[in-house]
Design a protein around this ligand. Structure first.
Ligand SMILES: NC(=O)c1ccc[n+]([C@@H]2O[C@H](COP(=O)([O-])OP(=O)(O)OC[C@H]3O[C@@H](n4cnc5c(N)ncnc54)[C@H](O)[C@@H]3O)[C@@H](O)[C@H]2O)c1
Length: 255
C-alpha cells in the first residue's frame, strides 16, 4: 500500500480520523494537504507530518463553502503539482431527536456533511482526470445504514453520502476515478466522545455500547486510517462504488 509520488487532500485533518488519515497517507509517501476550519489544529497535524520527514501543507478552509473547497484544491495543485487522492472526511453532528432538531442545525450540518462533500468532489474532478484517474474517499458512518434516534439529520446525510458515492463511481469509473465510502462505528475521537459526554453516566453508557461490539472495543482513528490508505492506493484498483464498513463487527449482530 504505497502512496509514493501521490498528492492527497484530507479534510477534517485537524482532529480524530482526519488527523490519523493525513499522518498515515504521509507515512506511505503521499504529499498531504491537511484541511480544516481550525487553523491551529491543522497546522499542528502538518507539523507532526513534517517532523517525521513527510511532506504536508496546512490549509485553513471551511468546506461548507464553495470558496473553501476551491481554495483547498487550488493550493494543493499549486504546491504539489496535481491531485490523486481526496478524502472528504470533515463533518459535524447535532445530538437531538428529529422534533428537537432546529432547521438551523439541519442546515448547518447539511452545509458541511453533504454539500461540502459535493463541492469538494466537484472541484477535485478536473484535477483527478488530468492525472488519468484517482481515488475519492468519503467518510460516511454505520448511521447511514442503521438508525440512531438522537442523530436523525446526521444519519440522513451519511446515508445520502453512500448514494452520492455510487453516483460518482458510476459516472467517473470510465475515467479511472474510483469513489468509495468508509462507514465507521464508534471511533475514539472528540466527536465520538460527545455522545457519551451527554449521557447521565458517561462511563456506564460507554461500557454498555462497547459490550455490543464483537471486538469489545471502539475503533482507534488509526483503524479507520488504515482502510483509507488501502482505498487510496493502487492495491484497491478494482474497488469502486462500495461502502467499507469498519465497525468491529457491530452490524453483524442483531441480538
Ligand atoms: N467518531 C466517530 O465515532 C465516528 C463514527 C462514524 C463516522 N464518523 C465520521 O468520521 C469523520 C471524522 O470524525 P471525527 O470523529 O474524527 O471528528 P472530530 O470532531 O474529531 O474531527 C472533525 C474535524 O472536522 C473539522 N471540521 C468540521 N467542520 C468543518 C468545516 N466546515 N470545514 C473544515 N473542517 C471542518 C473539525 O474542525 C475537526 O477538526 C466525520 O465525517 C464523522 O462523521 C465518526
Amino acid at each position: 500500500m504505497n502512496l509514493a509520488g501521490k498528492s492527497a487532500i484530507v479534510t477534517g485533518a485537524g482532529s480524530g480520523i482526519g488527523e490519523s488519515v493525513a499522518v498515515r497517507f504521509a507515512e506511505k509517501g503521499a504529499s498531504v494537504a491537511c484541511v480544516d476550519v481550525d487553523g491551529d489544529a491543522v497546522a499542528s497535524t502538518a507539523r507532526m507530518i513534517e517532523k517525521t520527514g513527510g511532506t504536508a501543507l496546512a490549509v485553513r478552509a471551511d468546506v461548507a463553502t464553495d470558496d473553501g473547497n476551491r481554495s483547498m484544491v487550488d493550493q494543493t495543485v499549486t504546491n504539489f503539482g496535481g491531485l490523486d487522492i481526496i478524502h472528504l472526511n470533515a463533518a459535524v453532528q447535532f445530538l437531538a431527536l428529529l422534533e428537537n432538531t432546529p432547521e438551523t442545525e439541519w442546515d448547518r450540518m447539511h452545509a458541511t456533511n453533504m454539500r461540502g462533500v459535493y463541492l469538494g468532489i466537484r472541484h477535485a474532478l478536473p484535477h483527478l482526470r488530468q492525472r488519468g484517474g484517482g481515488s475519492i474517499i468519503v467518510t460516511a458512518s454505520v448511521l447511514g445504514i442503521v438508525g440512531d434516534p438522537d442523530l436523525p439529520a446526521y444519519g440522513a446525510m451519511k446515508g445520502g453520502l453512500r448514494a452520492l458515492v455510487r453516483a460518482v463511481a458510476t459516472a467517473h469509473g470510465p475515467e479511472n476515478i474510483r469513489c468509495n465510502a468508509i462507514c465507521p462505528g464508534d471511533v475514539d475521537t472528540p466527536m465520538g466522545a460527545e455522545f457519551f459526554d451527554h449521557q447521565p453516566n458517561p462511563a456506564a453508557a460507554r461500557k454498555e455500547v462497547t459490550d455490543r461490539y464483537p471486538l469489545r472495543r471502539f475503533a482507534t482513528p488509526r483503524d479507520i486510517a488504515n482502510v483509507a490508505v488501502f482505498l487510496a492506493s493502487d492495491d484497491a484498483s478494482y474497488l469502486t462504488g462500495i461502502d467499507v464498513v469498519v465497525d468491529g463487527g457491530l452490524l453483524a449482530r442483531v441480538y
